[in-house]
Design a protein around this ligand. Structure first.
Ligand SMILES: [Zn+2]
Length: 312
């Protein structure tokens, strides 16, 4: 789980554009006869903008308050159906709406890898007549919170695997980490169990080891995400990368590491990249798949000699 970090001034621009572009669409929908019951809450543009721009911690309480207030005046099923229609994301997710849509949002956020797993690449691809974009996950599921389907902080670009595994399972910022609020950092690390020493990884036959998460702070939010996205079995499926990182750190590879470092001695980020092909700093982990796994394994298993060479 990697925190979504973007320059604050740009996030302000993206958020404002999101609200400005979607406001007229929702206002039009609220005028539809079947959605008129929502007018008892969404009296002015301010109420529409509030739900579009609410911060991650405020989204669910806001939704619950709106539903509760409206259900005092109308039938629950009517309120629910109206919210589903007024905030429906189908049009936003289509390519045809060229001026502003999910493609624009994904392109702006510039998240090359999935923030949830840091395994799969999700950068959109732009061809002459075709555009591909990753799925956009509703952190708070649309089935449970239909009014949050177009809220800026509820739209998270993700890989297909994470989006599918998570599906419409319930989440909250108390039980899970939201990518705009918190990443695992070094508080929750990937580690190896059943691992004795690097000799286990030599030869043709790879000795079995298991990739697990170490959560010394016992923060339930980390556990929530590990379970929600099935991160342990997912990493286990791709354990070949862990094997590669461990072999690269092997003392017998020191000569190769030493040789790479001769190019730019004393420059940590460049040297680390030369050896492992990913960034070391947590803030840059979104750039490359497996950067979180690599950092965690290097911090735990690299010899002091390698750490000194890499200045980490
Ligand atoms: Zn993912």
């Amino acid at each position: 789980m990697i925190k979504l970090i973007a320059p604050p001034h740009l996030m302000k621009v993206y958020l404002k554009r999101h609200c400005d572009k979607l406001l007229p669409l929702i206002r039009t929908r609220l005028d539809q006869p079947e959605n008129l019951c929502l007018k008892d809450h969404f009296k002015t543009d301010g109420e529409i903008l509030e739900i579009l721009a609410a911060k991650p911690n405020d989204l669910v309480p806001l939704h619950e308050k709106i539903v509760s207030d409206l259900e005092k005046l109308h039938l629950p099923v009517k309120v629910w159906t109206a919210l589903e229609k007024a905030f429906n994301e189908t049009e936003f997710f289509r390519k045809e709406r060229v001026r502003y849509n999910a493609y624009t949002l994904v392109r702006s956020l510039k998240q090359p890898t999935c923030l949830y797993c840091n395994i799969h690449q999700i950068a959109p691809v732009y061809l002459e007549k075709k555009i591909s974009r990753p799925p956009i996950d509703h952190f708070f599921a649309s089935d449970l919170y239909p009014g949050l389907s177009l809220s800026f902080y509820n739209l998270i670009p993700a890989c297909t695997a994470c989006n599918t595994i998570k599906s419409n399972k319930p989440t909250s910022t108390v039980t899970h980490t939201h990518p705009y609020l918190l990443g695992f950092g070094d508080d929750c690390m990937l580690t190896l169990s059943n691992f004795r020493n690097l000799d286990d990884l030599t030869g043709k036959k790879i000795k079995p080891f298991k990739i697990v998460f170490d959560n010394p702070t016992i923060d339930k939010r980390y556990e929530g995400n590990i379970s929600l996205f099935a991160l342990a079995p997912t990493y286990q499926t791709y354990r070949g990368k862990a094997h590669w990182v461990m072999r690269t750190m092997d003392q017998r590879s020191k000569a190769a590491v030493d040789s790479a470092l001769k190019l730019v001695p004393g420059v940590t980020d460049v040297n680390y990249w030369d050896v492992f092909g990913v960034d070391y700093e947590i803030e840059a982990h979104k750039r490359s798949p497996y950067s979180k796994l690599t950092r965690d394994l290097v911090r735990q298993y690299a010899s002091q000699e390698i750490k000194t060479l890499l200045s980490i």
